[in-house]
Design a protein around this ligand. Structure first.
Ligand code: AMP
Ligand code: MG
Length: 295
């Protein structure tokens, strides 16, 4: 009987050519606009749980809020216990930092602050200020958190047995499940100069597609662009010949850390890193307009 109803439902969907409609919502958190499409009868509940999770992550890991765990780690003089999941997150950030030879460095809070990226009071710091900031390693998970958050949301949706979802966390895309019509999810790669997408990445199932680019946060002085992805070796915005790196990986936090790290490395070193390590795919947009992609 159940099967009969399922057939009738499928047939009527085919006849009217309509697909089930997702719940669509936009929400501002983690300093960015997030857009959610969630399919399934429990979509409302899924959305509510996602928002709670994201707000929880923001309040725990904000580099600027004095109530956050991160603030305590950086400035506090009290001893407190991290929950296992929190310790695991910091541990993973450290591991990815080591794996990328320090190109991903989650302890450059002071350096980002020196460039004014926290309070949007942008300025070019003096060499002395850069040296002082680099000598004071303080946690900042800005290069990892949105990817991690996408991954956590996907885990939540799995627990709730939600059918499928497409989550856009400020340009970092998390796909979840299969698309209603069975075709791959299509994720656009932004043109750094604005306008149309430069390409589309097709992914199936649950995947993170994360982009780091020099156009996302920057300021200009005397015609020079200073962006927010900093080279841990020089203390200056990474000047690697890249405009953006998109990483596609099943693990969201890895995708986020790697997009930042590969941007710092530049194409040659990043390609070598991919050959040696694998486990992800990437698309590179170069300053000269050319585009490179892994398999
Ligand atoms: P993303 O947009 O993911 O590349 O992350 C950039 C953010 O991560 C910046 O706004 C900083 O908060 C932080 N960040 C900047 N440079 C680095 C770096 N080399 N490694 C890790 N985090 C960084
Ligand atoms: Mg990143």
């Amino acid at each position: 009987m159940k099967r009969f109803f399922a057939m009738v439902l499928t047939l009527s969907m085919l006849l009217c050519g309509c697909e089930p409609k997702p719940l669509e919502r936009t929400f501002f958190t983690m300093n960015t606009v997030m857009q959610f499409k969630i399919w399934g009868k429990d979509a409302d509940n899924g959305y509510g749980r996602i928002i709670t999770k994201l707000q929880e992550l923001e309040s725990s890991w904000s580099a600027t809020s004095e109530d956050s765990i991160l603030w305590q780690l950086n400035n506090g003089n009290t001893i407190f216990q991290l929950e296992p999941g929190q310790a695991a997150l910091l541990d993973k950030a450290e591991t990815l930092s080591q794996r990328t030879g320090g190109a991903f460095n989650p302890k450059m809070r002071c350096l980002s602050e020196a460039w004014g990226f926290y309070n949007e009071q942008h300025r070019v710091p003096t060499q002395e200020e850069i040296d002082a900031a680099m000598a004071d390693p303080q946690w900042d998970l800005g290069g990892a958190l949105k990817g991690y958050a996408g991954q956590k949301c996907a885990e939540l949706l799995t627990d709730l047995k939600i059918d499928r979802a497409l989550l856009n966390l400020g340009g970092n895309v998390q796909t979840y499940g299969e698309k209603p019509d069975g075709t791959p999810w299509q994720v656009g790669i932004q043109n750094p100069d604005g306008g149309n997408y430069v390409g589309i990445v097709s992914v199936t199932g649950t995947m993170s597609v994360v982009t780091s680019g020099d156009y996302q946060r920057y300021f200009e002085v005397d015609g020079v662009r200073y962006h927010h992805i900093l080279d841990p070796e020089t203390g200056y915005p990474a000047d690697s010949g890249l405009r953006s790196v998109t990483v596609i990986c099943a693990d969201g936090m890895t995708a986020d850390c790697l997009s930042t790290a590969l941007f710092v490395m530049g194409l040659e070193e990043a390609a070598e890193f991919w050959r040696q390590n694998g486990g992800f795919e990437a698309v590179f947009l170069l300053s000269d307009g050319s585009i490179y992609a892994t398999r």
